[in-house]
Design a protein around this ligand. Structure first.
Ligand code: LER
Ligand code: MN
Length: 278
């Protein structure tokens, strides 16, 4: 079964936070009214939200947390796993541990996107070692709490390593950590990968969660990505899990979200009907 989610953040999220709606309660209500099954919580720190309050809103509006995403940890102070400064790496590790604690109660998935950082002036080997060290430590912590960490390949114009899904797969194969999986994003895949549906199908065993945005980062249906073909590949691969709408809030958040859900809902309903039968 596929469930649909939408990316949201708190009211004080940075302008660069990559979400459709802002303000936790408002966003949860909107997502519920539009017919989403869940919300993807974009946090800069665990302190932004109280668990009890979140539980109340989720049960009031009948939604789940699909995952906690962490792009703002990077955007908010430039913290990153590959920072050469050990103090800054400790800081980002602490923030991530607290976010993992939240995910233990909500969603059991935490993403690593841009926060992996850049290679920058370091060597690739140096950056990859720092990245691997941080990921191993965080996955060990997350494993005790039944949380899976999902690494997002991000296109070359935003980050300078782990751009394609196939690169992500090689990295996962090298690291061999059971609770480290991939979170492909169709927008980045359109730039970096050989194909979208084909690669998703090929690497499905590494994939735990998918971001959906069209080629222009608008709602699916507003660009030239062939989502029907993507669903066909996911069906062949028996994908079960979340698809999360991570799009530009344009022309405005309400329009973007309703364009997204009205395009995706019939495809997901059909998918779920057909996959239940088979
Ligand atoms: C985060 O999920 C993402 O896709 C990044 O491109 C945000 O800039
Ligand atoms: Mn994404």
């Amino acid at each position: 079964m596929i469930k649909l989610s939408v990316a949201i953040a708190g009211e004080n999220a940075l302008p660069s936070a990559f979400v459709v709606f802002r303000g936790f309660e408002h966003s949860i209500q909107k997502a519920s009214e539009l017919g989403f099954d869940g919300i993807e919580l974009a946090l800069k720190s665990a302190g932004e939200i109280k668990g009890e309050q979140l539980s109340t809103w989720l049960s009031q509006y009948g939604l789940e947390v699909s995952c906690i995403s962490t792009g703002q940890v990077y955007a908010d102070g430039g913290l990153m796993f590959t920072d050469p400064d050990p103090h800054r790496r400790e800081k980002v590790k602490g923030i991530f541990r607290e976010i993992i604690d939240v995910a233990a109660d909500f969603g059991q998935l935490v993403n690593i996107g841009r926060v992996r950082g850049q290679i920058g002036n370091a060597s690739r080997e140096q950056a990859e070692n720092l990245f691997a060290e941080m990921v191993a430590s965080l996955c060990e912590y997350a494993n005790q709490k039944s949380v899976t960490i999902i690494l997002e390949p991000v296109n070359r114009y935003e980050i300078d390593f782990i751009n394609s899904v196939s690169e992500g797969v090689v990295l996962l194969q090298n690291l061999g950590i059971p609770n480290l999986k991939l979170m492909p994003d169709t927008f980045h895949m359109n730039i970096e990968d050989r194909s979208i549906g084909g690669e998703l199908e090929k690497y499905i065993s590494y994939i735990k969660y998918i971001h959906f945005a069209d080629s222009n980062r608008m709602a699916p249906g507003q660009g030239h990505t062939d989502f029907t073909a993507i669903f066909d590949h996911l069906k062949k691969a028996h994908y079960q899990g979340w698809i999360s709408l991570e799009i530009l809030p344009k022309p405005d958040p309400d329009t973007a979200a309703s364009q997204g859900i009205s395009f995706l809902k019939p495809l997901v309903e059909q998918y779920n009907l057909q996959t239940q039968k088979s």
